[in-house]
Design a protein around this ligand. Structure first.
Ligand code: IMP
Length: 466
């Protein structure tokens, strides 16, 4: 009997709460697999009362029988992976036999991190060396796969060290510790060798035998290296179809696509964001000192939420919503830029990925808008470009930056206490209908709080809110 695979992706700019939905549906699968990105991703989980941030290990470690796979489409910081494995094993027991890492993943090397710290500033990257690692892979130069590294450790130390020296020299940086840096990478790789899988058909073999696989997308559709807001994107493909390249499985196993969005959107790093509260001012504010200046601590110490909520200025409201929603980066701690729910963008992302079921997290955060002076919940329902109405996200950066959002106000939603769809406030149901209608996609559930049970599933009525 053949198994099948489903793909779950973020539909906006990342940080949509994908791990939470995965945690909810994980019981339906035997394997959770990653297919793109590296330590630029991040999800925080609570294990035996301790919060830990995971960057490379797939979600699903809670489920003791779940197998975990990191596909060849990922780039890996091996020292960080080793640290994550140790932390998880210390709290939840051994990952031996559960975690499998494709030996065709590329290794993020010290020169990648150095290059990213210098060249990634303008884009506002996470600084993890992701872009330079994928670039070397595409260039077929300076690229080292885990399999090569393990087969030739001494040669790899030489190569890693010489690449670092050359880049350091080019930027006038002291490269004296290059050998030590290289040795650290190689010894970390040897420490994780037991998790490295040299069977390129490992996942395919499991699917063939009837297992069920869930692909976990990292980052999000708008950050796709080709189809996102280029150049302000990550350097891997993030759309659902790419799961079958980076995840090492033929597409014949595909069954369904899940998309995850957030009711109040966020974006970290630079780039266009049509529905941003406070527009360019907010983008600049959040980028100050590479995101370090306006940290959670800074904003908590400097602003009174009530005054911000009372303000008529969208920029202030954005700060208030960031503080209320605790929207600061899990990986870099940067303040996330905050925006209104953009249904033009969401519709496009659903269509690009062929989303079968849509989940919207942080729906409860919309109720915070009732504390403002706004006449309702602002939702972007169309774009205006040079005086013309358009219903798509423009491909060029110039046009994207020029877009003026057309905003519709949906009635304020009172605090949500219901745990089922029928008992939701009418205003919430009205907005759900609007979302389904505009995105042409079935909304399968909404998150109404951070706890596992603060979730409302929505039955399929076959009508897309019409
Ligand atoms: P990179 O992936 O580190 O090269 O960063 C490129 C862009 O993607 C930057 O704007 C980052 O802030 C953004 N980015 C990368 N990973 C994530 C993520 O997991 N969540 C949200 N944004 C991300």
């Amino acid at each position: 009997m053949d198994g099948f695979s489903d793909v779950l992706v973020g539909l906006q700019y990342g940080d949509e709460g994908k791990a939470r939905i995965i945690d909810m549906i994980a019981g339906n699968y035997n394997i959770i697999a990653r297919f793109n990105g590296g330590p630029n991703a991040g999800h925080t989980i609570e294990l035996n009362g301790k919060r830990i941030a995971l960057h490379q290990i797939p979600s699903g470690i809670f489920h003791p029988d779940m197998l975990l796979y990191i596909g060849s489409g990922c780039v890996l910081n091996i020292e960080k992976l080793l640290a994550e494995i140790s932390e998880v094993e210390g709290l939840a027991g051994g990952l031996g036999g559960r975690l499998h890492v494709s030996d065709q993943c590329s290794v993020i090397q010290p020169h990648h991190i150095l290059l990213d710290s210098i060249e990634g500033k303008e884009l506002g990257t996470t600084g993890n060396g992701i872009g330079p690692a994928y670039a070397d892979r595409a260039n077929r130069s300076r690229n080292i796969l885990i399999c090569d590294l393990l087969a030739n450790p001494d040669k790899s130390v030489e190569r890693i060290s010489s690449y670092y020296c050359a880049v350091a020299r080019a930027y006038g940086i002291d490269g004296n510790d290059s050998n030590q840096k290289a040795e650290t990478v190689v010894s970390a790789a040897q420490a994780i060798a037991g998790f490295v899988c040299d069977d390129t058909l490992w996942l395919e073999g499991l699917a063939y035998k009837g297992n069920k696989i869930l692909f976990e997308g990292a980052q999000a559709v708008m950050l796709d290296v080709g189809r996102g807001t280029v150049p302000f994107v990550t350097s891997s493909h993030t759309v659902a179809g790419s799961a079958y390249v980076g995840g090492d499985l033929p597409p014949k196993y595909h069954r369904k696509t899940f998309g995850v969005a957030k009711a109040i959107m966020s974006r970290v790093g630079n780039g266009p964001f049509v529905s941003e509260f406070g527009g360019a001012r907010s983008e600049e504010y959040c980028a100050a000192d590479r995101g370090k200046k306006h940290s959670r601590e800074f904003e908590t110490a400097h602003y009174a939420q009530k005054a911000l909520l009372d303000s008529a200025d969208f920029f202030d409201i954005g700060i208030a919503l960031r503080m209320l929603g605790d929207e600061y980066g899990a990986t870099t701690k940067r303040p996330r830029r905050i925006g209104m729910l953009d249904l033009v963008q969401l519709h496009q992302a659903c269509r690009m990925c062929g989303v079968d079921e849509l989940y919207i997290n942080k729906f409860d955060c919309l109720t915070d808008l009732a504390r403002t002076r706004l006449q309702g919940i602002p939702v972007v329902v169309g774009y205006e470009l040079d005086g013309r109405r358009i219903n798509h996200v423009p491909s060029t950066l110039d046009e994207h930056r020029k877009v003026v959002p057309i905003i519709e106000y949906s009635p304020h939603i009172p605090r949500i206490t219901a745990d089922n769809y029928n008992d939701l406030p009418t205003e919430a149901k009205q907005l759900i209908g609007r979302i389904e209608h505009t995105t042409e996609c079935r909304l399968a559930g909404i998150g109404i709080g951070p706890e596992r049970d603060q979730f409302v599933a929505i039955e399929d009525d076959g009508g897309f809110g019409l």
